[in-house]
Design a protein around this ligand. Structure first.
Ligand code: SF4
Length: 432
């Protein structure tokens, strides 16, 4: 059917272009992140041998964990130091030397800097949100085991992370000291999973579970794999982004023994896709472990069509699937990094049709109070009557589609469908 475009529909579509044209990607030449990494490494860690630099344990031991450490690397005014000390007394700092070297030193708005360095807004705007908006602690059936969906369970095995990401949903854990679940606690978790035969998917998370030694991790994974009804194991880790040196053959060989295992990682910006990070993902993939990316929509970091396009295209080139884009949770100490749902929708709408569907993550909000994830997307359905549905496409052109008259007992005549199990009318329009 030939497309038509009404002024009204064109206006509707133009909402998506309020801030930048859909599909827009700047052609401005930027310094490649690999070159910045190299220069910063020479500048700040010039005396460190390649052996140490590429050793994840050296990287971990030499994290920046205080304002004092930071001021030795980069000049900080007294005012900045005092402010950061105040912030870090509530929300500590932890940055691997590798990730620190990705920061564009002369740019206060650098997206890597904003994810890693403490900001006054973390405490200035505190108290207006919740420490645990997803109520993970309420939904913990035993400490560290969150059972929210019938067939999936989340195992939080440690609170240790190589880097403390300033937008972290679990930043409440940072003050509790560094802990790793004891063998007894892990055994209690495993007993629960064994007893609940409906659990087919176990997600191992933290903190970052890849901070555990390979041997320690294997004791946990092997026991999960021995449970007959567990079909898949997923590992949630930001290690490929902030400590790619941790991904080695020993780890990947171990994981490959317990297939099917999936890896969910967390790139937020294309500058994080260095050769080192891509090689880490490649090694995981070559061991038969699919890698998905779960990013968070963050103000001033990736909240534009251009930033998301570059990130998602970069991920696809690294063979990593853009899986979720999260609306930032309502976490205390992160208000300054949150964006509106409307902005998120405009970004997704600006991508849809302008790039492959493979490059577009599912935009979701994790509902406060433990309500679970809900997808958000702009509506392309404009109206329906007598079984005829009117859509707009990504260019704002109008197309019509005719429902079948009768399919499997669902009447398409008046365009209303019902879910036969729930006997509930399904909404015409998804969230806009
Ligand atoms: S790696 Fe994940 S759990 Fe750790 S601080 Fe970052 S976002 Fe939070």
């Amino acid at each position: 059917m030939a497309p038509t475009t009404s002024t009204k529909q064109k206006d509707l579509f133009d909402l998506a272009a309020e801030e930048e044209p859909p599909g827009h990607a700047s052609t401005e030449v930027e310094e490649p992140p690999g070159l910045r990494l190299l220069k910063n490494r020479q500048r700040f860690f010039g005396s460190v041998s390649d052996v140490n630099w590429n050793d994840w344990k050296w990287q971990f031991r030499n994290r920046v964990t205080s304002v004092e450490d930071l001021s030795k690397l980069t000049p900080l005014s007294i005012r900045d130091q005092v402010t950061m000390m105040l912030v870090t007394s509530k929300y500590p700092i932890s940055i691997t030397p590798y990730y620190f070297c990705l920061i564009k030193q002369d740019d206060p708005c650098d997206p890597i800097r904003k994810q890693a360095l403490p900001a006054y807004d973390e405490i200035a705007l505190s108290g207006i949100l919740s420490e645990d908006p997803l109520e993970e602690e309420r939904d913990s059936v035993i400490p560290g085991l969150v059972h929210r969906y019938p067939d999936r369970i989340l195992m939080v095995v440690t609170d240790i992370c190589p880097m403390f990401c300033r937008h972290c949903t679990r930043k409440r854990e940072w003050r509790r000291g560094r802990w790793v679940r004891t063998p007894q606690e892990i055994e209690r978790m495993l007993s629960y999973i064994r007893e609940h035969t409906g659990i087919r998917d176990v997600i191992i998370s933290g903190g970052d579970p890849l901070t555990l030694s390979t041997r320690h991790l294997e004791t946990i994974i092997s026991k999960i794999r021995a449970i007959d009804h567990v079909e898949i194991i997923r590992i949630g880790s930001r290690v490929p982004v902030v400590l790619p040196q941790r991904i080695d053959n020993e780890l990947c060989d171990m994981l490959a023994k317990y297939s099917p295992i999936w890896m969910n990682t967390h790139f937020n910006h294309v500058h994080e896709l260095t050769d080192e990070a891509k090689a880490a993902c490649d090694m995981i993939l070559k061991h038969g472990i699919p890698v998905n990316n779960q990013s968070v929509l963050l103000a001033g970091i990736n909240d534009s069509i251009e930033a998301q396009m570059k990130l998602c295209h970069g991920l696809l080139k690294a063979k990593v699937r853009p899986y979720y884009l999260f609306q930032a949770d309502e976490v205390e100490g992160t208000e300054h990094l949150r964006t509106t749902r409307e902005k998120g929708l405009r970004i997704i709408e600006g991508m849809r049709g302008h790039t492959s569907g493979l490059a577009i993550p599912t935009y979701v909000v994790d509902l406060p109070g433990g309500g679970g994830k809900v997808p958000l997307q702009a509506s392309y359905l404009l109206s329906r009557s007598n079984g005829q549905i009117t859509f707009r496409n990504y260019r704002g052109e109008i197309y019509r589609y005719h429902n079948p008259k009768m399919v499997n007992g669902d009447s398409g005549r008046n365009g209303r469908h019902t879910n036969s199990k729930l006997q509930m009318p399904l909404p015409d329009l998804v969230a806009v």
